[in-house]
Every structure is written in structure tokens, then in C-alpha cells.
Design a protein around this ligand. Structure first.
Ligand code: COA
Length: 407
């Protein structure tokens, strides 16, 4: 069954918020009942609901992001967010109705792709989304972490939020284009998401700490984290890292050294490290950095030529491939990608494809990982081995893609 879906008005925002919170099984916190944050953070004309009569039974929205793609370039991405269906209406096509509306809206904004973080990994491939970045959760007993070499860069200072924000903004902008998968941060995102730290979000942990690494007078990286005190027979406190941004290898080392040597806090965990974070390579006992891999950003390509021409390639070459797209058949077709000096031209062709895959697979390989060859081994890329290997080399990147924040 299809349900009516449309953008909400400001008047409908209170009901929308109530339904959104209930959809995630939560209540609106006491100190946020009248908050203007919702209307400031979410773009009202990109915030939509599914209706059953007058009532809102499904919620969703889109952020206007610029996504970093390989080659220090960016592309417009509709950031799919706040998706819920009321439990009374589950599995009756509400999400499907909202996705129809949402992907049309994103395509209409000239954003060649949509991206999201999935609550469940079985939901979104049917809508053409593929896993484009992965994250690792790194967990360690800090006293077991000794650095092979500690170059002892400058100093690390703890700043208060107001002082930290401008420094963090500058450092973030300095690295944003260096890693595919990173997102642009508007003033609103800085204010209402990155720096937003109400007590109900802390879950018995400290306020956010802001540690900035300096090389001489120059800030070169930052780490944000929370602390959770715990005492049994001995101190067992935990540091939960929220984000590490380092502009140099030395800053990365200095921040990790700092985070793993805070007295009374022997447990350190970063839930969202890039899969190529070099911490394990820095220490004498790498297995002591426990690592667990999970999916993070999922991408849905809506305009194949625009998306593929927006990124750069580390290897030149030509590939003719067919994309299947059951959900949005207009995207399906055979395309030729021609890369010269790293810059691509992509267009539809009436030719025999060398390689074939579904649109979710294209979303998966778009930022450089996971690799086309492993998707081929899983039967998700079909074609002559030579052509598959060539495409694999064209798409992969030196730096692993990483998405720094859930949205
Ligand atoms: C996830 C959620 C939005 C799905 O909404 P829904 O209205 O029940 O979904 P629909 O009825 O439109 O289902 C669309 C398709 O997705 C499938 N699907 C929906 N939720 C699924 C899940 N959790 N796992 C696997 N498949 C799921 C349905 O089986 C259906 O498949 P089909 O059309 O191929 O037969 C809803 O379960 C929900 O609100 N969950 C809690 C909040 C949440 O997790 N939101 C997602 C944030 S990323």
C-alpha cells in the first residue's frame, strides 16, 4: 500500500518531533520540549512525513551535504535522516512510500546521490543503497599500549568548548578533502550536532572534552572524548573517543599517546575509527588494539554520469558497464567511463557491457572501498576477469574512505 508523503510545515513540527521520538522508542527530553534546535537543524522544506488521515505515521528528512569523493573533490549528497515508521503501521509500505518521495526530492535538488547510516543493515539495499564506508571500533587496555617510537610532538592542551570550536573548525576543514566519505559541516551542524552536548546525551559520562595537539604554537589536530569513572578494586575508568582529526602523522601519534595515558582511565574505545587508522602499526603489541568492523555510510547513486564524473581516479582507463536498477529503472543502463589524467567522462552508450552489477554495488565501490574484486567473488559483479580487474584498479583509492559522523 502507498501512503501520502509530503514536506511538513513549521506548524506540524511539534507533532512530527513527537512521532519521530516515539519511532525511535524515546521521549523528547524535558529540557528540550520547546527547543528551537529541531527547526534550526533540520531543513524544513526537506523534512517530510507520511500521513494516515491527519496523523503522522512516518518521518524522514534530508541534509544538504557536500560529500568528499576521491581526488579531493566534493559532490552534493542528500543525507537521508530521521527515518521512522510508527509501530502501529510497520511493514505496510510506509518506508517504501517515503523513499519514493525522498529519492525523487534528492534527484530534484541536483544531488547525484543520497547517503545514510542504517539502523539495520538489511533494510536499504532494496532501495539501491550499498555500503560505501566501513568503520572499526578500536578498544584497548591503555596500560598494554606502548608506542614503538614516541616522537613527543609539542603539547596537548585541553580547551573549553568555546575556545575549541574555532580551532576544530579550522583543523576539520584542513583535512576534510583528504579522505573520501567525509562530510561538509555547516554552521548549523557545528552548533547543533558537533558541539551539542546536553546532559541527557551523556549517558552517565562526562561532558565532552576537547584535546588539541600543538606543534609549537600551531594547532595540528584534535580529539574529542568523554570519560566514565569506574572503581572496583582498581581504577577502571573509560575514555570514549568521539572524533580524532589530525593534520599530520605526528599529531595522530600525539593524540593517541595522550588518550592512552590518562591516569585512572585504562579503557579506551573509539567506536568510529577509519579502517586504515595506523594506531596498531604504532604500538609494540598490535593485537592489544582490538578491532571490530561495521558498515557506516551507505550510498545510493541517482545520476550515474554526474556521480562518476565528480570523483577522480588513480588509474586511467576505459570501462563499459551495465547498471541494473529495479527500484528506479531510469537509472539503469549501459555506461562508458573514460578516465584520462584521473579525470572521467561518463555517458550512456548503446554497446555490449564488459561488466554488470546492481546499482547498490556501484554505491559500494564509489568511494574506493570495499573492493570490486571481493564483490565479484561474492557474485555481485559479473564480467570477464580482465575487465573486472581493470575496473577494480580504476575505482580503488590509496586512502580508505571514512565517514566521521552519524547523521
Ligand atoms: C525501519 C523502518 C523505518 C521500516 O519501516 P516500514 O514502514 O515497516 O517499512 P516498509 O513496510 O515500507 O518496508 C519496505 C521494505 O523494507 C523491508 N524492511 C523494513 N524494515 C526492515 C528491517 N528492519 N529489516 C529488514 N527489512 C526491513 C520490508 O520487509 C519491505 O520489504 P519489501 O518491500 O522488499 O517486501 C521501521 O521499522 C522503523 O521505524 N524502525 C525503527 C526506527 C529505525 O530503525 N529507523 C531507520 C533509521 S536508519
Amino acid at each position: 500500500m502507498m501512503w501520502p508523503v509530503r514536506a511538513i510545515t513549521e506548524d506540524e513540527a511539534p507533532l512530527f518531533r513527537a512521532r519521530l521520538n516515539r519511532g525511535f522508542g524515546a521521549d523528547i527530553p524535558e529540557d528540550e520540549q520547546d527547543s528551537d534546535r529541531f527547526l534550526e537543524l533540520f531543513e524544513i522544506d526537506r523534512t517530510f512525513a507520511a500521513f494516515d488521515g491527519e496523523d503522522i505515521i512516518g518521518t524522514g528528512g534530508a541534509f544538504s551535504f557536500q560529500l568528499t569523493v576521491p581526488g579531493a573533490a566534493t559532490v552534493g549528497m542528500g543525507g537521508t535522516t530521521i527515518i521512522t515508521t510508527q509501530p502501529t503501521h510497520r511493514r505496510r509500505g510506509v518506508l517504501r512510500s517515503m523513499m519514493d518521495y525522498h529519492l525523487d526530492e534528492v534527484a530534484g535538488q541536483d544531488e547525484p546521490l543520497a547517503g545514510l547510516w542504517a539502523s539495520e543493515s538489511a533494510i536499504y539495499s532494496r532501495f539501491g543503497f550499498g555500503i560505501a564506508t566501513e568503520r572499526i571500533e578500536m578498544k584497548m587496555d591503555a596500560p598494554m599500549i606502548s608506542f614503538r617510537e614516541h616522537r613527543g610532538l609539542g603539547s596537548v592542551k585541553l580547551l573549553e568548548a568555546e575556545a575549541a570550536e574555532p580551532v576544530m573548525r579550522e583543523l576539520y576543514e584542513a583535512v576534510r578533502l583528504s579522505r573520501p566519505g567525509m562530510l561538509s559541516r555547516s554552521d548549523t551542524i557545528w552548533r547543533h550536532s558537533v558541539m551539542w552536548d546536553p546532559s541527557h546525551r551523556r549517558r552517565s559520562r562526562s561532558a565532552r572534552r576537547y584535546a588539541v595537539a600543538y606543534d609549537g604554537e600551531d594547532p595540528v589536530g584534535y580529539a574529542t572524548y568523554r570519560q566514565k569513572e569506574k572503581w572496583e578494586d582498581f581504577p577502571e575508568g573509560e575514555i570514549s573517543v568521539i572524533e580524532i582529526i589530525a593534520t599530520t602523522d605526528e599529531a595522530h601519534e600525539a593524540l593517541w599517546h595522550y588518550l592512552t595515558t590518562i591516569d585512572l582511565f585504562p579503557k579506551v574505545v573509539w567506536w568510529n575509527a577509519p579502517i586504515d587508522d595506523p594506531l596498531p602499526e604504532r604500538v609494540t603489541y598490535p593485537r592489544r588494539v582490538r578491532r571490530k568492523v561495521e558498515d557506516s555510510l551507505w550510498l545510493r547513486i541517482l545520476d550515474v554520469p554526474a556521480a562518476l564524473e565528480a570523483r577522480r581516479y588513480e588509474m586511467d582507463g576505459t570501462a563499459t558497464f551495465a547498471v541494473a536498477d529495479e527500484y528506479r529503472p531510469d537509472t539503469a543502463g549501459t555506461y562508458r567511463l573514460e578516465v584520462s589524467d584521473g579525470v572521467a567522462q561518463c555517458r550512456r552508450v548503446a554497446a555490449e557491457p564488459e561488466v554488470e552489477f546492481d546499482v547498490d554495488t556501484l554505491g559500494s565501490v564509489y568511494l574506493g572501498a570495499p573492493f570490486l574484486l571481493s564483490l565479484a567473488a561474492a557474485g555481485r559483479v559479473r564480467g570477464a576477469p580482465e575487465a573486472v580487474r581493470r575496473m577494480h584498479r580504476m575505482f580503488r583509492t590509496d586512502v580508505a574512505p571514512w565517514c566521521e559522523e552519524v547523521f
